[in-house]
Design a protein around this ligand. Structure first.
Ligand code: ZN
Length: 148
């Protein structure tokens, strides 16, 4: 990773950890939920979605996790609001590839900085946890998600 990318990665993670977006329980009408847990790090989160007519109208997350899982969850909520369920599932797969495969291409905009986590293999699961939990919420899976 170049110096510039590393600086951007650190800046974005820091910013989203300090001020997580959509860090709240949805007030009313959420209809999809999932809980995720990464035992390696201790990250835990809950994601609530309000899906209407196949569109993610609102999203909120709660929980306690490290800077990377919190920032990844924050970026995720920002990027899926207003998308259709199908678009969010495509995004999940693309981000998962970005986080787990070297050289994964494609322009993911702001989410591209998450690729910086590949330099820290022990933290990759922190970054993927919110996305796996999103996937479970979209499918409304009752069983909690675990990275192990
Ligand atoms: Zn973590």
């Amino acid at each position: 990773m170049t110096q510039d990318l590393r600086a951007l990665y650190e800046e974005v993670i820091l910013d989203h950890n300090r001020r997580p977006r959509n860090f709240r329980r949805l007030p009313e009408g959420s209809n999809r939920h999932a809980i995720g847990h990464n035992p390696l790090c201790g990250d835990q989160l809950r994601i609530d979605l309000r899906v209407e007519d196949g569109v993610i109208k609102d999203v909120g997350f709660e929980g306690a996790g490290c800077a990377i899982s919190t920032a990844s969850a924050s970026l995720m909520t920002e990027s899926i609001k207003g998308k259709t369920v199908e678009e969010a599932e495509v995004l999940f797969r693309r981000v998962h590839d970005l986080l787990t495969k070297q050289g994964a291409a494609g322009d993911l905009g702001k989410l591209q900085v998450l690729a910086g986590v590949r330099d820290y293999p022990a933290r990759v699961k922190c970054a993927t946890l919110p996305w796996h939990t999103l996937e479970a919420a979209l499918k409304n899976t009752a069983a909690p998600v675990t990275t192990e």
